[in-house]
Design a protein around this ligand. Structure first.
Ligand SMILES: *Cc1c(COP(=O)(O)O)cnc(C)c1O
Length: 404
């Protein structure tokens, strides 16, 4: 059923060499690789269907519009939204978060509160700081524990009738921690607050059900789900999307324009000003098809196997410390070698054809918590193998030898 060697054949990039060595790609939390089927969709679009959408009476424009709207429906079905107009195409997770932050600027008043978590990506911190500056609202933070989990008892204490909005990522990109979003959503709702979940890290591993979660907003990026860069999705409950003002003005998002007054288009177009990333949206749909073809159950169980295998082997290296040690985590391993800068480890691994990420992973507050400048992060996908992990272990040992 799940055969990693067959799957690897779908990814042309996996057969290239880097520095004379076969590429071993462990930077999947930053962006995932793209299978040939998905690349084909992009090529096919530009070869056969390229036209602007929604406005044209000609055949090409209608075909492009149909493909784009079909992709929206695929995304709707995948995330189990009630309506396709609850899916807004964005340029990615960051755009989706900013769209919501901007929307709330007219709904918040002084001393209202927004809760975020200590495990957030910078894209999930800065927009709320800007929103607070604009509105006088106050930002509260759910702190984290040594093992990289959020301290839920403090979350309970932070919640009050002042809380208007709670934002957490489903999975931390820096540590791989899976956050208890069911609990967070349920209790935020009891306090009368709305919840936005950043699904950038979870959507490549878990198939979320936005209706079952009862989440108000959920955002993700195609490029972390075997899709193209520059496109993503925002799910919002219909009632919320109707309530929020548009983010940008322009073509496509209006119903009628006069110099006295403009009325806005119906959902989802109200939030989709200008010519969107049509090719990207259609290709995003193909990426979702591809991942569902493999099956998220298979993906999750295989990646978990890789995680356990790599964790056990890495911990056998003396002086190696893993950050984020909870059982509730995905296949992301953040680590350091004692006394060695992560950047130096990453540079040696790169010479061996091994791609890892080094640094603060856009999550500086987490690094501050551990009092470290950054980590080496290896993040696995379903197309990685145990043989590659063996090579990673050997590479880390070599780096340790050379640097200590
Ligand atoms: C990657 C990532 C983002 C930002 O996604 P973009 O595609 O760069 O907009 C936000 N949050 C998390 C948890 C991420 O992993």
């Amino acid at each position: 059923m799940f055969n990693v060697e067959d799957i690897r054949k779908d990814f042309p990039i996996l057969s290239r060499k880097v520095n004379g060595k076969p590429l071993m790609y462990f930077d999947n939390a930053a962006t995932s690789q793209t299978p040939q089927q998905v690349i084909n969709t992009l090529v096919e679009y530009y070869s056969n269907y390229n036209a602007n959408i929604h406005r044209g009476v000609h055949t090409l424009s209608q075909e492009a519009t149909d493909l784009y709207e079909q992709a929206r429906q695929k995304i709707q079905k995948h995330f189990n939204a009630k309506f396709s107009h609850e899916i807004i195409f964005t340029s990615g997770t960051t755009h989706g978060i900013n769209l919501i932050a901007n929307g709330f600027s007219s709904l918040l008043k002084k001393e209202d509160e927004i809760i975020v978590s200590a495990l957030e990506h910078h894209s999930n911190i800065v927009p709320w700081q800007m929103l607070c500056e604009q509105t006088g609202a106050v930002l509260k933070v759910i702190p984290m524990d040594e093992d990289g989990t959020l301290i839920m008892s403090v979350f309970d204490e932070l919640l009050s009738e002042k809380t208007k909005l709670v934002f957490v990522n489903h999975i931390s990109n820096a540590l791989g921690t899976i956050n208890p979003i069911e609990y967070i959503i349920e209790n935020a709702h009891k306090a009368g607050a709305a919840v936005l979940i950043d699904g950038a890290q979870s959507s490549p591993h878990i198939k979320p059900d936005v209706q079952k979660l009862d989440v108000d907003f959920y955002v993700a990026s195609a490029h972390k789900m075997c899709g193209p860069t520059g496109v993503g999705m925002l799910y919002g409950k219909e009632e919320w999307l109707k309530k929020l003002p548009p983010y940008q003005g322009g073509g496509e998002m209006i119903a009628e324009v006069t110099f006295e007054k403009t009325t806005y288009a119906e959902l989802p177009h109200k939030f989709e000003a200008g010519t969107p990333n049509i090719a990207g949206g259609i290709t995003f749909g193909a990426a979702i098809d591809y991942m569902n073809g493999i099956g998220f159950d298979h993906i999750a169980s295989y990646e978990n196997e890789l995680l356990e295998y790599a964790t056990e082997k890495l911990l056998q290296i003396e002086g190696l410390k893993i950050y984020g040690t909870t059982k509730e985590k995905t296949a992301v391993i953040s680590f350091n070698l004692e006394g060695i800068h992560p950047y130096d480890v990453g540079t040696i691994l790169d010479k061996l054809g091994i791609a890892v990420r080094t640094g603060h992973h856009c999550a500086q507050p987490i690094m501050d918590f551990y009092k470290i400048p950054g980590t080496v992060r290896a993040s696995f996908a379903f197309y990685n193998t145990k043989a590659e992990i063996d090579a990673l272990i050997e590479g880390v040992k070599k780096a340790k030898m050379m640097l200590s």
